[in-house]
Design a binder for this molecule. Structure first.
Ligand SMILES: Nc1ncnc2c1ncn2[C@@H]1O[C@H](COP(=O)(O)OP(=O)(O)OP(=O)(O)O)[C@@H](O)[C@H]1O
Ligand SMILES: [Mg+2]
Length: 256
């Protein structure tokens, strides 16, 4: 269920921890079928936002709907129609990749040959064929990440939250994930909400980008708009211009 083609809407969303105001008055609209990229420095509030929107954490004030459901009162409905790749996921290391994915599928009410076919396709596509029956404890960190990416897509969610999907992936695997997102967005109208530090990945994949800084949304637009408005050559440069990130040589070398 979406609300007039809007898959995420937040109004005055805030999250405060003891001493930190992690999300400040966030007003955001993400259109259905969109690939929304969420950029921002470490500690900007991206993961906190994802946790609130995916129903894992309560906001301090403000409200939000996800796929038409209220994040305060309809969390189970949100979980049923969304997929989530968390920032620090847990895996059942004594299961094989296939067993883990069957388990995740079962949690979402899927089973039988359709689920197994989907699992086979995902594992093949991600280059894990031949290793699918090995225990996850024997996987490399990037291989685990691939299994987790597969797990978020298994139940054909309407909206997928990906919190740093490519953080442990090699360049070829990142390119694969990029293609998977683009094909699914095009062919199935799945919406994506992607937190990432890889500006080139976001520039290639996302149609809308939001930049969060110290909890506040400071920029919103298509990658092209953001690049043009900042007079830069790519999203990486635009990002650096907006949030800073240059080393002051004098200060760095002052301790010598
Ligand atoms: N459970 C918590 N308790 C206290 N403070 C928290 C908690 N979770 C997050 N924070 C604080 O909220 C702020 C935002 O954190 P968050 O994890 O959302 O940032 P982020 O944008 O995802 O950063 P990164 O790019 O490093 O993943 C940080 O200052 C962090 O210390
Ligand atoms: Mg984070």
């Amino acid at each position: 269920m979406t609300n007039n083609g809007i898959v995420i809407q937040t109004r005055g969303l805030n999250k405060r921890f003891d001493t930190v105001h992690a999300v400040r008055d966030l007003n955001l609209e993400v259109r259905a079928g969109s690939r929304f990229g969420f950029l921002g420095p470490n500690g900007a509030g991206k993961t906190t936002t994802v946790r609130i929107l995916s129903g894992l954490m309560k906001q301090t004030s403000g409200d939000a709907t996800v796929c038409g459901y209220d994040v305060s009162t309809q969390r189970d409905s949100i979980k049923a129609v969304t997929g989530l790749l968390p920032e620090s996921p847990g895996l059942y290391s004594k299961l094989s990749a296939v067993e883990f994915l069957e388990f995740i599928g079962a949690l979402n009410g899927r089973n039988g040959s359709a689920l197994n076919r989907r699992i086979d396709i995902m594992l093949d596509m991600l280059g894990l064929e031949g290793r699918q029956n090995d225990l996850l404890e024997s996987y490399s960190s990037g291989m685990k990440q691939k299994v987790l990416v597969a797990s978020t897509l298994l139940s054909e969610p309407k909206l997928v939250f990906l919190d740093e999907p490519t953080s442990r992936l090699d360049p070829a695997a990142s390119a694969l994930v990029k293609d998977i997102i683009l094909v699914l967005a095009q062919e199935t109208e799945t919406s994506f909400f992607i937190c990432s530090h890889q500006t080139s990945f976001v520039e290639d994949v996302c149609d809308v980008v939001g930049i969060l800084n110290e909890g506040a949304l400071v920029t919103l637009g298509s990658p092209q708009e953001i690049i043009e408005n900042t007079g830069t050559k790519d999203l990486e440069d635009a990002y650096l211009k907006i949030v800073g990130g240059h080393v002051d040589r004098k200060t760095l070398l002052a301790w010598r």
